[in-house]
Design a binder for this molecule. Structure first.
Ligand code: GUN
Length: 300
């Protein structure tokens, strides 16, 4: 079987389109413009690119973007003061503090200082707890994007066997909770899991989020299974010339696509969904803050 390739770029564009439509409605009907504040501490080049892209995408869907770029030596106290100011600002519906933070800043102290209802990353302990209980919360963007793609492909996920490979707080654990809430039978596999290949081979859905380039190949995949590849790994590509690199996922795409029923590529799969879901979370947060109906299809 040759798999259907799930096009994350196209899917993300449709999510951004729905967000833009909802934003236009909020402006026209209620004179409200959702606002997202993004905080960057220091000059990490990769983080600076992410923050720039987030700001640009926010403006493109008609929302307000508030960028706060702080010096790498900013004290934790000053960062907390900024977060307090954003928490209190009624124009700001979503707050994201780009990680990683400099070593002298305690990350959990910062993520738990953001008001849970403005926590568009879904990292606050209250949101983690609500998600674990299957209650309404802000959901981390990458797993939310994966869930949207899985629902779109399968319709109902009820009763399907799902294996999530990777147990991170940002992807693996929230992904498993989302799948459980959608009535999948969920296993979380990780580096210590016994017979991990055989376990994955029994799955209708495999979500790969381990950060190990091309670890999962066709032998791990059941005929016709759906494979969601969250990994983004840069590896040497001598075939492209000396010193060149290329991006690959946690799945060996070339072999897996011959066995899977559907699969996300890297790049162009899950990646573009993350920012789209950040925008979706921001419009959701804005609706909740104003007691308005949430946008359909943009939440978990
Ligand atoms: N750094 C890398 N990915 C993320 C993300 O999703 N959210 C935040 N806040 N920082 C990140």
């Amino acid at each position: 079987m040759t798999a259907k390739i799930i096009d994350g770029k196209e899917f993300a564009a449709s999510v951004r389109g729905k967000v833009a439509e909802h934003v236009a409605g909020l402006k026209a009907d209620h004179d409200i413009t959702p606002g997202l504040a993004v905080v960057l501490v220091g000059e990490d080049p990769a983080s600076a690119v992410y923050v720039r892209n987030k700001g640009k995408s926010t403006l493109e869907v008609g929302m307000n973007s508030y960028e706060h770029k702080l010096d790498k030596d900013t004290s934790q106290e000053d960062l907390l003061a900024l977060i307090d100011q954003l928490n209190k600002d009624p124009k700001v519906h979503g707050i994201l503090c780009q990680l990683p933070l400099p070593d002298h800043i305690d990350e959990p102290a910062i993520t738990s200082a953001i008001l849970p209802e403005k926590d568009v990353d879904g990292f606050h302990i209250s949101n983690v707890g609500l998600l674990g209980m299957g209650l309404k919360s802000m959901v981390p963007c990458t797993p939310l994007g994966c869930l949207m793609m899985l629902r779109d492909h399968h319709g109902s996920l009820s009763g399907l066997n799902a294996v999530v490979v990777g147990r991170s707080n940002i992807v693996g654990k929230p992904m498993a909770n989302l799948l459980l809430t959608d009535s999948c039978t969920v296993t979380i596999a990780h580096s210590r899991t016994k017979e991990i290949e055989a376990l994955c081979r029994r799955a209708d859905i495999v979500v790969a989020a381990v950060g190990r380039p091309e670890m999962i190949n066709a032998d791990w995949i059941a005929e016709g299974a759906t494979v969601i590849d969250v990994g983004i790994n840069r590896i040497p590509a001598p075939e492209k010339g000396e010193g060149k690199t290329r991006l690959v996922g946690d799945v060996d795409f070339a072999s897996a696509k011959e066995k899977a029923g559907a699969i996300t590529p890297v790049p162009g799969g899950v990646g573009p969904m993350t920012i789209a879901c950040l925008l979706a979370n921001t419009v959701t947060a804005c609706c909740r803050a104003n007691g308005l109906a949430e946008p359909e299809g943009l939440t978990a």
